[in-house]
Design a protein around this ligand. Structure first.
Ligand SMILES: NC(=O)c1ccc[n+]([C@@H]2O[C@H](COP(=O)([O-])OP(=O)(O)OC[C@H]3O[C@@H](n4cnc5c(N)ncnc54)[C@H](O)[C@@H]3O)[C@@H](O)[C@H]2O)c1
Length: 270
């Protein structure tokens, strides 16, 4: 398509299958001229079809469990070797809650699982950024994007402890955005995406009705995975150099809408 990311190198976490938001980001980054390494948890590699994506985008796959600092150290070192230089962008597209997956109610969670939810879905961003900073692996004006959901700010009952993880993720974005910004002009942002049909998304109870509700509550309708990828590309590009420490809604207007006419109609209001 274009050359928005020409010459840029990066790491893309989280492409599990062709529905994954990270998968679309990888395809679009490739089209825009970027070179990158793909990564996912070793267990996800067995289930996923990441090698297809690697072939299509001319990328190497380096497995890493994003909760393990030694895996991340290996990933960041090897990515720089493979790509022949420092990194310009990182996509953190990782989320998982064993409590949500196993149907534990928010008021009666398993605390071992809770720690896992926070570690996988939020602390992993801190670990990734800390490893990148220690290895001085990012170029000046590099860009890091993590994906989040509005349940960090508002209650969505079925989102369970993932809401707590997203709040932490967004807080880490501000914390590391400050420190990486002052140190090396590296920017860190979260993109708060509409509900999207993916493996992680569909794990939330009542997802199908929820996605329809969200669609009707968004003046532009739900934003899809490809459009989310396009937004991420713009954030990796040099066109957004002074955007950092932000939670950026990519949700068709959902976050600013109180109610819509189509939702009101369901309550018999003309
Ligand atoms: N789908 C939605 O409705 C939606 C909405 C807003 C935000 N998000 C966020 O987008 C991101 C991507 O999710 P998705 O919807 O594309 O689903 P997905 O299931 O395709 O992606 C989630 C990824 O996390 C990876 N992962 C899990 N544990 C890991 C670990 N220990 N180490 C490394 N990777 C690990 C999985 O293997 C998978 O690739 C997540 O942060 C999710 O919360 C999704």
């Amino acid at each position: 398509m274009g050359n928005l990311l020409k010459g840029k190198k990066g790491i893309i976490f989280g492409a599990l299958n062709d529905m994954s938001i990270a998968w679309k980001v990888a395809e679009r980054a490739h089209e825009e001229g970027a070179e990158f390494v793909l990564t996912n948890a070793p267990v996800a590699m067995r289930m996923g079809v990441i090698n297809e994506l690697a072939e299509k985008t001319g990328s190497q796959v380096i497995p890493a469990d994003a909760t393990k600092v030694e895996d991340l150290e290996n990933l960041v070192t090897k990515a720089q070797e493979v790509l022949g230089g420092k990194l310009d962008f990182i996509l953190h597209s990782i989320g998982m809650s064993p409590n949500v997956r196993k149907g534990f109610h928010y008021t009666d969670i398993n605390y071992g699982f809770y720690e896992k939810t926070l570690d996988i879905s939020a602390t992993s961003l801190h670990k990734t950024l800390a490893v990148a900073m220690k290895q001085d692996a990012m170029n000046e004006w590099g860009s890091v994007v993590a994906l989040t959901y509005i349940a960090a700010q508002r209650i969505f009952p079925d989102y369970g402890d993932m809401a707590d993880a997203k709040s932490l993720l967004e807080s880490i974005t501000r914390g590391f955005g400050y420190h990486y910004g002052t140190k090396k002009n590296v920017r860190v942002n979260t993109v708060s995406q509409s509900p999207t049909v993916t493996t992680a998304g569909s794990g939330v109870k009542g997802f199908d009705s929820f996605i329809s509700y969200s669609e009707q509550m968004s003046p532009l309708g739900n934003a899809g995975a490809l459009d989310c990828a396009n937004y991420c590309i713009s954030l990796f590009s040099d066109l957004t150099k002074y955007v950092t420490m932000q939670n950026l809604f990519h949700d068709g207007g959902f976050s600013a809408t109180g109610v819509t006419e189509s939702v009101m109609e369901k309550f018999g209001v003309e």
